[in-house]
Design a protein around this ligand. Structure first.
Ligand code: NCD
Length: 305
């Protein structure tokens, strides 16, 4: 049985197939509106979420299936001490596929080991978020036009941001990608990531000032400072507004540089950027639904001719 815990669980070819299917779904959603009739997705969210949980539910509903689940560990038997492995085994009797978000790194992997149905990692701590990555790849492929040969700036909380870690993991398999990591010293990209890039001979640069590198970027991936992963409030308050992308700063960017953000945004992108045609973060939200529909069909082995 297949699960999606890390973007690398799918080969490049399998990833492309999911993105291609998402394209076909986007073109003719009505063709797919009953292909998962009778199927159920369980959304087991031990951490807050708006987009990811609702988009999984929306994806399953749009395929004709149904959803059940909980939003918040306090509503589940985790409060009684049940392990995620036991929960996954139990939920295997109620649903056909699980999407799990958990504050602990590795929890969806542990669940997958005991689950009798496919498990999708919907975000585990500061570790990985493979379905956001599929949405990011689809946004880049559709709006930038290619997943090869570009310079991407990743800006903000590169230490705790799981969407950043997942996206880098996925992008290293394409050709000609250059990374520019833009963060304060305290929120630097982890060493294990830069070690991996060095080993693979993939070029990267680490900088603090966004303005300095903006003219060189094809894509700018902004992120929120991950308040919930900080050990003390003081550090968060000091760092939370380190980067604020404004319409004025966007003047430094190339005319075709796209701005992505997994959302939610706090202060790091000013609302005056939203109307800039280069700001594509709300389009990312729509791509996320189509890629999750494609992923559900792939993991459930539902093929539509
Ligand atoms: C992200 C997450 O949960 O990691 N949100 C999302 O799923 N789109 C990003 C974030 O919370 O900052």
């Amino acid at each position: 049985m297949r699960h999606l815990i890390d973007p690398l669980d799918f080969t490049l070819e399998e990833t492309t197939k999911v993105l291609d299917l998402a394209d076909r779904i986007a073109e003719s959603p009505e063709v797919y509106s009953h292909v998962a009739d009778g199927k159920k997705i369980a959304t087991l969210f031990y951490e807050p979420s708006t987009r990811t949980r609702l988009s999984f539910e929306s994806a399953m509903l749009s395929l004709g299936g149904k959803s059940l689940g909980f939003a918040g560990a306090e509503q589940s038997s985790a409060t009684k001490g049940e392990t995620v492995a036991d929960t996954a085994r139990v939920v295997s009797c109620y649903a056909d596929i699980i999407a799990m978000r958990h504050p602990k790194e590795g929890a969806p992997m542990v669940a997958a080991e005991k689950s009798l149905i496919p498990v999708i990692n919907a975000g585990d701590g500061g570790h990985q978020h493979p379905t956001q990555t599929l949405a990011d790849l689809q946004t880049i492929r559709s709006l930038h036009g290619d997943l090869n040969n570009f310079t991407i700036g990743l800006c903000g909380d590169l230490k705790f941001g799981r969407t950043v870690h997942s996206l880098i993991n996925a992008l290293v398999r394409y050709e000609g990608i250059k990374f520019i990591f833009i963060s304060p010293e305290e929120l630097k990209i982890p060493d294990y990531v830069t070690d991996m890039l060095r080993e693979k001979g993939i070029p990267f640069q680490e900088v603090i000032r966004l303005e300095d590198v903006m003219p060189k970027l094809d894509l700018l991936y902004m992120t929120r400072v991950q308040k919930e992963r900080f050990f003390n409030e003081e550090d968060y308050v000091r760092l939370k507004d380190f980067y604020i992308l404004t319409a004025k700063k966007m003047k430094l960017a190339p005319p075709d540089m796209l701005v992505l953000h997994p959302l939610p945004r706090v202060n790091e992108i000013s609302v005056d950027v939203d109307d800039d045609p280069r700001a594509v973060y709300f389009k990312q939200v729509q791509y996320a639904v189509y890629v999750r529909m494609a992923l559900i069909l792939t993991l459930l082995n539902i093929h539509v001719d």
